[in-house]
Design a binder for this molecule. Structure first.
Ligand SMILES: Nc1ncnc2c1ncn2[C@@H]1O[C@H](COP(=O)(O)OP(=O)(O)OP(=O)(O)O)[C@@H](O)[C@H]1O
Length: 329
Protein backbone atom coordinates (compact mmCIF):
# COMPACT_ATOMS: atom_id res chain seq x y z
CA UNK A 1 0.00 0.00 0.00
CA UNK A 2 2.77 2.41 1.01
CA UNK A 3 6.52 2.19 0.45
CA UNK A 4 9.13 4.79 1.28
CA UNK A 5 12.81 4.62 0.49
CA UNK A 6 15.29 6.75 2.35
CA UNK A 7 12.69 9.52 2.55
CA UNK A 8 13.88 12.80 4.08
CA UNK A 9 12.25 16.15 4.65
CA UNK A 10 14.37 19.02 5.84
CA UNK A 11 12.98 22.36 6.96
CA UNK A 12 15.46 25.20 7.54
CA UNK A 13 15.74 24.50 11.26
CA UNK A 14 14.66 20.90 11.60
CA UNK A 15 14.88 17.55 9.86
CA UNK A 16 11.29 16.32 10.04
CA UNK A 17 12.00 13.00 8.26
CA UNK A 18 15.41 11.41 8.22
CA UNK A 19 16.04 8.66 5.63
CA UNK A 20 12.85 6.81 6.47
CA UNK A 21 12.42 3.48 4.68
CA UNK A 22 9.28 1.53 5.45
CA UNK A 23 6.77 -0.79 3.73
CA UNK A 24 3.17 -0.79 4.84
CA UNK A 25 0.74 -3.46 3.65
CA UNK A 26 -3.07 -3.65 3.71
CA UNK A 27 -5.00 -3.57 6.98
CA UNK A 28 -4.94 -1.08 9.85
CA UNK A 29 -1.49 0.37 10.53
CA UNK A 30 -0.62 2.65 13.41
CA UNK A 31 2.00 5.35 12.90
CA UNK A 32 3.19 6.21 16.39
CA UNK A 33 5.53 8.91 17.60
CA UNK A 34 5.76 11.79 20.02
CA UNK A 35 4.64 15.26 18.96
CA UNK A 36 7.06 16.49 16.31
CA UNK A 37 8.20 12.98 15.35
CA UNK A 38 7.33 13.62 11.71
CA UNK A 39 3.99 11.83 11.35
CA UNK A 40 2.02 14.68 9.75
CA UNK A 41 4.96 15.52 7.50
CA UNK A 42 5.03 11.94 6.24
CA UNK A 43 1.30 11.99 5.51
CA UNK A 44 1.59 15.25 3.56
CA UNK A 45 4.40 13.81 1.46
CA UNK A 46 2.44 10.61 0.85
CA UNK A 47 -0.52 12.67 -0.38
CA UNK A 48 1.74 14.56 -2.76
CA UNK A 49 0.99 17.82 -0.94
CA UNK A 50 4.57 18.47 0.14
CA UNK A 51 7.72 17.47 -1.77
CA UNK A 52 10.36 15.31 -0.09
CA UNK A 53 13.88 16.71 0.19
CA UNK A 54 15.37 13.32 -0.70
CA UNK A 55 14.34 9.73 -1.30
CA UNK A 56 11.15 8.43 -2.81
CA UNK A 57 7.73 7.12 -1.84
CA UNK A 58 4.86 5.26 -3.45
CA UNK A 59 1.24 5.03 -2.40
CA UNK A 60 -0.91 2.32 -4.06
CA UNK A 61 1.99 1.86 -6.47
CA UNK A 62 1.92 5.54 -7.52
CA UNK A 63 4.92 7.82 -7.18
CA UNK A 64 4.09 10.66 -4.77
CA UNK A 65 6.35 13.08 -6.65
CA UNK A 66 4.39 12.82 -9.91
CA UNK A 67 0.99 11.23 -9.15
CA UNK A 68 -0.27 13.28 -6.21
CA UNK A 69 -3.61 14.02 -7.91
CA UNK A 70 -4.37 10.36 -8.62
CA UNK A 71 -3.28 9.40 -5.10
CA UNK A 72 -5.68 11.95 -3.58
CA UNK A 73 -8.54 10.55 -5.69
CA UNK A 74 -7.98 7.12 -4.18
CA UNK A 75 -6.94 8.03 -0.66
CA UNK A 76 -9.00 9.72 2.07
CA UNK A 77 -7.38 12.17 4.49
CA UNK A 78 -8.52 13.22 7.94
CA UNK A 79 -6.28 16.13 8.99
CA UNK A 80 -5.21 16.62 12.58
CA UNK A 81 -6.33 20.17 13.14
CA UNK A 82 -9.79 21.64 13.29
CA UNK A 83 -10.53 22.68 9.74
CA UNK A 84 -14.31 22.52 9.52
CA UNK A 85 -16.48 25.48 8.47
CA UNK A 86 -18.67 26.38 11.48
CA UNK A 87 -21.65 27.77 9.58
CA UNK A 88 -22.65 24.78 7.48
CA UNK A 89 -24.15 21.46 8.53
CA UNK A 90 -22.28 18.16 8.42
CA UNK A 91 -24.48 17.05 5.55
CA UNK A 92 -23.76 20.15 3.46
CA UNK A 93 -20.04 19.92 4.16
CA UNK A 94 -19.66 16.22 3.40
CA UNK A 95 -21.80 16.49 0.24
CA UNK A 96 -19.52 19.33 -0.86
CA UNK A 97 -16.41 17.20 -0.24
CA UNK A 98 -17.99 14.28 -2.11
CA UNK A 99 -18.72 16.56 -5.09
CA UNK A 100 -15.12 17.84 -4.95
CA UNK A 101 -14.01 14.22 -5.20
CA UNK A 102 -15.94 13.91 -8.43
CA UNK A 103 -19.18 12.19 -7.33
CA UNK A 104 -22.35 13.28 -9.19
CA UNK A 105 -24.98 15.13 -7.06
CA UNK A 106 -27.29 12.20 -6.29
CA UNK A 107 -24.47 9.80 -5.50
CA UNK A 108 -22.81 12.47 -3.35
CA UNK A 109 -26.00 12.89 -1.27
CA UNK A 110 -26.53 9.14 -0.90
CA UNK A 111 -22.93 8.44 0.04
CA UNK A 112 -22.99 11.33 2.52
CA UNK A 113 -26.08 9.96 4.28
CA UNK A 114 -24.56 6.47 4.47
CA UNK A 115 -21.18 7.71 5.66
CA UNK A 116 -22.57 10.04 8.32
CA UNK A 117 -24.73 7.19 9.61
CA UNK A 118 -21.71 4.94 9.65
CA UNK A 119 -19.70 7.36 11.78
CA UNK A 120 -22.63 7.77 14.17
CA UNK A 121 -24.04 11.18 13.24
CA UNK A 122 -27.82 11.12 12.91
CA UNK A 123 -30.23 14.07 13.46
CA UNK A 124 -27.33 16.37 14.37
CA UNK A 125 -26.13 16.17 10.80
CA UNK A 126 -28.51 18.97 9.81
CA UNK A 127 -27.22 21.40 12.47
CA UNK A 128 -24.30 23.82 11.88
CA UNK A 129 -20.93 22.22 12.70
CA UNK A 130 -19.95 25.21 14.90
CA UNK A 131 -22.23 23.85 17.66
CA UNK A 132 -20.76 20.33 17.62
CA UNK A 133 -18.71 18.68 20.37
CA UNK A 134 -15.10 17.70 19.63
CA UNK A 135 -16.18 14.07 19.18
CA UNK A 136 -18.83 15.05 16.62
CA UNK A 137 -16.34 17.21 14.72
CA UNK A 138 -13.88 14.31 14.60
CA UNK A 139 -16.67 12.16 13.14
CA UNK A 140 -17.38 14.75 10.44
CA UNK A 141 -13.68 14.85 9.56
CA UNK A 142 -13.70 11.05 9.38
CA UNK A 143 -16.85 11.03 7.21
CA UNK A 144 -15.38 13.44 4.65
CA UNK A 145 -12.29 11.20 4.40
CA UNK A 146 -14.48 8.17 3.63
CA UNK A 147 -17.23 9.63 1.47
CA UNK A 148 -15.59 8.99 -1.90
CA UNK A 149 -15.01 5.32 -1.05
CA UNK A 150 -11.20 5.42 -1.02
CA UNK A 151 -8.94 2.36 -1.02
CA UNK A 152 -6.87 3.79 1.79
CA UNK A 153 -7.36 6.49 4.43
CA UNK A 154 -4.83 8.55 6.37
CA UNK A 155 -6.19 9.52 9.78
CA UNK A 156 -4.02 12.08 11.59
CA UNK A 157 -4.52 11.87 15.38
CA UNK A 158 -8.24 11.04 15.17
CA UNK A 159 -8.56 10.56 18.94
CA UNK A 160 -7.12 13.99 19.77
CA UNK A 161 -9.21 15.88 22.30
CA UNK A 162 -11.57 12.97 22.97
CA UNK A 163 -12.45 11.63 26.43
CA UNK A 164 -11.84 7.91 27.10
CA UNK A 165 -15.32 6.88 25.96
CA UNK A 166 -15.09 8.99 22.79
CA UNK A 167 -11.65 7.59 22.14
CA UNK A 168 -12.83 3.99 22.40
CA UNK A 169 -15.76 4.74 20.07
CA UNK A 170 -13.44 6.34 17.53
CA UNK A 171 -11.01 3.40 17.70
CA UNK A 172 -13.93 1.01 17.16
CA UNK A 173 -15.03 3.03 14.13
CA UNK A 174 -11.52 2.94 12.71
CA UNK A 175 -11.34 -0.81 13.10
CA UNK A 176 -14.70 -1.17 11.30
CA UNK A 177 -13.52 0.98 8.37
CA UNK A 178 -11.33 -1.96 7.53
CA UNK A 179 -13.51 -4.89 8.61
CA UNK A 180 -16.79 -3.55 7.11
CA UNK A 181 -15.53 -1.82 3.98
CA UNK A 182 -12.12 -3.33 3.30
CA UNK A 183 -10.50 0.12 3.33
CA UNK A 184 -6.91 0.11 4.58
CA UNK A 185 -6.03 2.63 7.26
CA UNK A 186 -2.91 4.50 8.30
CA UNK A 187 -3.70 6.12 11.66
CA UNK A 188 -1.33 8.28 13.69
CA UNK A 189 -1.15 8.68 17.43
CA UNK A 190 1.30 9.69 20.10
CA UNK A 191 -0.07 6.85 22.27
CA UNK A 192 1.21 3.41 21.42
CA UNK A 193 -1.16 1.74 23.86
CA UNK A 194 -4.34 2.83 22.13
CA UNK A 195 -3.16 1.72 18.71
CA UNK A 196 -2.07 -1.70 19.92
CA UNK A 197 -5.71 -2.62 20.34
CA UNK A 198 -6.78 -1.28 16.96
CA UNK A 199 -3.96 -1.95 14.53
CA UNK A 200 -2.59 -5.02 12.79
CA UNK A 201 0.76 -3.37 12.34
CA UNK A 202 2.59 -0.58 14.15
CA UNK A 203 5.29 1.75 12.81
CA UNK A 204 7.13 3.81 15.40
CA UNK A 205 8.98 6.99 14.41
CA UNK A 206 11.02 9.39 16.47
CA UNK A 207 12.91 12.45 15.33
CA UNK A 208 11.93 11.55 11.76
CA UNK A 209 13.68 8.16 11.96
CA UNK A 210 12.12 4.74 11.87
CA UNK A 211 12.43 3.07 15.26
CA UNK A 212 10.43 -0.01 14.56
CA UNK A 213 7.95 -1.52 12.16
CA UNK A 214 6.33 -4.78 13.19
CA UNK A 215 3.03 -6.56 13.54
CA UNK A 216 1.13 -5.77 16.71
CA UNK A 217 1.48 -9.41 17.73
CA UNK A 218 5.26 -9.16 17.55
CA UNK A 219 5.19 -6.05 19.69
CA UNK A 220 3.32 -7.90 22.41
CA UNK A 221 5.36 -11.06 22.07
CA UNK A 222 8.53 -9.07 22.47
CA UNK A 223 7.42 -8.08 25.92
CA UNK A 224 7.99 -11.08 28.12
CA UNK A 225 8.02 -8.93 31.23
CA UNK A 226 5.64 -9.87 34.01
CA UNK A 227 4.35 -7.20 36.35
CA UNK A 228 3.50 -8.53 39.79
CA UNK A 229 1.75 -6.77 42.64
CA UNK A 230 1.08 -8.35 46.03
CA UNK A 231 -0.51 -7.30 49.31
CA UNK A 232 1.35 -6.89 52.60
CA UNK A 233 0.55 -9.14 55.57
CA UNK A 234 1.08 -9.08 59.34
CA UNK A 235 4.00 -11.45 58.91
CA UNK A 236 5.37 -9.50 55.90
CA UNK A 237 4.58 -5.79 56.32
CA UNK A 238 6.59 -5.22 53.12
CA UNK A 239 5.04 -7.89 50.93
CA UNK A 240 6.80 -6.64 47.80
CA UNK A 241 10.21 -6.83 49.49
CA UNK A 242 9.49 -10.30 50.87
CA UNK A 243 8.47 -11.56 47.44
CA UNK A 244 11.54 -10.05 45.83
CA UNK A 245 13.82 -11.78 48.35
CA UNK A 246 12.01 -15.13 48.00
CA UNK A 247 12.17 -15.04 44.21
CA UNK A 248 15.80 -13.99 44.35
CA UNK A 249 16.54 -16.99 46.57
CA UNK A 250 15.06 -19.18 43.82
CA UNK A 251 17.35 -17.65 41.22
CA UNK A 252 14.84 -15.25 39.63
CA UNK A 253 16.14 -11.75 38.98
CA UNK A 254 13.53 -9.15 39.81
CA UNK A 255 13.54 -5.50 38.81
CA UNK A 256 11.80 -2.77 40.70
CA UNK A 257 9.02 -1.24 38.63
CA UNK A 258 8.71 1.85 40.78
CA UNK A 259 10.34 4.05 38.15
CA UNK A 260 7.53 3.36 35.72
CA UNK A 261 4.37 5.43 35.60
CA UNK A 262 1.69 4.06 37.92
CA UNK A 263 3.91 1.29 39.22
CA UNK A 264 4.44 2.04 42.90
CA UNK A 265 4.71 -1.47 44.38
CA UNK A 266 5.27 -3.45 41.26
CA UNK A 267 7.94 -6.05 40.64
CA UNK A 268 9.05 -6.81 37.12
CA UNK A 269 10.61 -10.06 35.98
CA UNK A 270 11.23 -11.82 32.71
CA UNK A 271 8.90 -14.76 32.17
CA UNK A 272 10.63 -17.90 30.93
CA UNK A 273 7.31 -19.56 30.11
CA UNK A 274 4.44 -21.10 32.06
CA UNK A 275 6.81 -22.19 34.84
CA UNK A 276 7.46 -18.58 35.83
CA UNK A 277 3.75 -17.98 36.42
CA UNK A 278 3.54 -21.17 38.52
CA UNK A 279 6.64 -20.25 40.49
CA UNK A 280 5.35 -16.76 41.34
CA UNK A 281 1.95 -18.16 42.33
CA UNK A 282 3.57 -20.77 44.62
CA UNK A 283 6.01 -18.32 46.23
CA UNK A 284 3.23 -15.80 46.87
CA UNK A 285 1.09 -18.56 48.43
CA UNK A 286 4.01 -19.81 50.60
CA UNK A 287 4.55 -16.29 51.93
CA UNK A 288 0.83 -15.98 52.69
CA UNK A 289 0.48 -12.81 50.58
CA UNK A 290 -2.42 -11.84 48.35
CA UNK A 291 -1.71 -11.71 44.62
CA UNK A 292 -3.24 -8.45 43.37
CA UNK A 293 -2.09 -8.88 39.81
CA UNK A 294 0.30 -10.80 37.61
CA UNK A 295 0.18 -9.65 34.02
CA UNK A 296 2.31 -9.51 30.95
CA UNK A 297 3.43 -5.95 30.42
CA UNK A 298 2.98 -4.20 27.12
CA UNK A 299 5.51 -1.84 25.75
CA UNK A 300 4.89 1.81 26.34
CA UNK A 301 6.09 4.26 23.78
CA UNK A 302 8.72 5.74 26.09
CA UNK A 303 10.21 2.27 26.55
CA UNK A 304 10.33 1.67 22.81
CA UNK A 305 12.28 4.89 22.44
CA UNK A 306 14.50 3.95 25.36
CA UNK A 307 15.21 0.48 23.91
CA UNK A 308 16.21 2.12 20.66
CA UNK A 309 18.52 4.56 22.36
CA UNK A 310 20.18 1.69 24.21
CA UNK A 311 20.70 -0.16 20.94
CA UNK A 312 21.98 3.03 19.33
CA UNK A 313 24.48 3.35 22.17
CA UNK A 314 25.96 -0.02 21.25
CA UNK A 315 26.25 0.83 17.58
CA UNK A 316 29.44 2.09 16.03
CA UNK A 317 30.28 5.74 15.81
CA UNK A 318 28.16 6.09 12.65
CA UNK A 319 25.63 8.21 14.46
CA UNK A 320 28.14 10.11 16.55
CA UNK A 321 27.83 13.83 16.39
CA UNK A 322 24.22 13.77 15.25
CA UNK A 323 21.47 15.38 17.19
CA UNK A 324 20.19 13.27 20.07
CA UNK A 325 16.86 11.58 19.45
CA UNK A 326 14.21 13.32 21.52
CA UNK A 327 12.06 11.30 23.88
CA UNK A 328 8.31 11.33 23.85
CA UNK A 329 5.58 9.74 25.85
N1 LIG B 1 6.06 23.75 7.40
C1 LIG B 1 7.00 23.54 8.33
N2 LIG B 1 8.03 24.39 8.48
C2 LIG B 1 9.01 24.19 9.40
N3 LIG B 1 9.03 23.13 10.26
C3 LIG B 1 8.01 22.26 10.17
C4 LIG B 1 6.95 22.41 9.21
N4 LIG B 1 6.09 21.37 9.36
C5 LIG B 1 6.58 20.60 10.36
N5 LIG B 1 7.73 21.14 10.85
C6 LIG B 1 8.57 20.56 11.92
O1 LIG B 1 8.88 19.24 11.55
C7 LIG B 1 8.85 18.38 12.69
C8 LIG B 1 7.87 17.28 12.47
O2 LIG B 1 6.54 17.82 12.48
P1 LIG B 1 5.24 16.94 12.25
O3 LIG B 1 4.06 17.87 12.29
O4 LIG B 1 5.42 16.09 11.08
O5 LIG B 1 5.24 16.03 13.55
P2 LIG B 1 4.10 15.09 14.10
O6 LIG B 1 4.75 13.82 14.45
O7 LIG B 1 2.94 15.05 13.16
O8 LIG B 1 3.68 15.82 15.44
P3 LIG B 1 2.31 16.56 15.77
O9 LIG B 1 1.35 15.49 16.10
O10 LIG B 1 2.68 17.43 16.94
O11 LIG B 1 1.93 17.35 14.54
C9 LIG B 1 8.51 19.28 13.87
O12 LIG B 1 9.72 19.66 14.51
C10 LIG B 1 7.85 20.47 13.23
O13 LIG B 1 8.04 21.63 14.02
Amino acid sequence: MIATESLSKRFPRVTALDRLSVDIGPGVTGLVGANGAGKSTLIKILLGLSPASEGRAEVLGLDVATKGGTIRERVGYMPEHDCLPPDVSATEFVVHMARMSGLPPTAARERTADTLRHVGLYEERYRPIGGYSTGMKQRVKLAQALVHDPQLVFLDEPTNGLDPVGRDEMLGLIRRIHTDFGISVLVTSHLLGELERTCDHVVVVDGGKLLRSSSTRDFTQNTATLAIEVTDSDEHPDGTGALRAALHARGVTVADGSGLPGAGHILLLTAQGEETYDLVRDVVADLGLGLVRMEQRRHQIAEVFQDNDEQAGTRSAQDAGKEAVGHGG
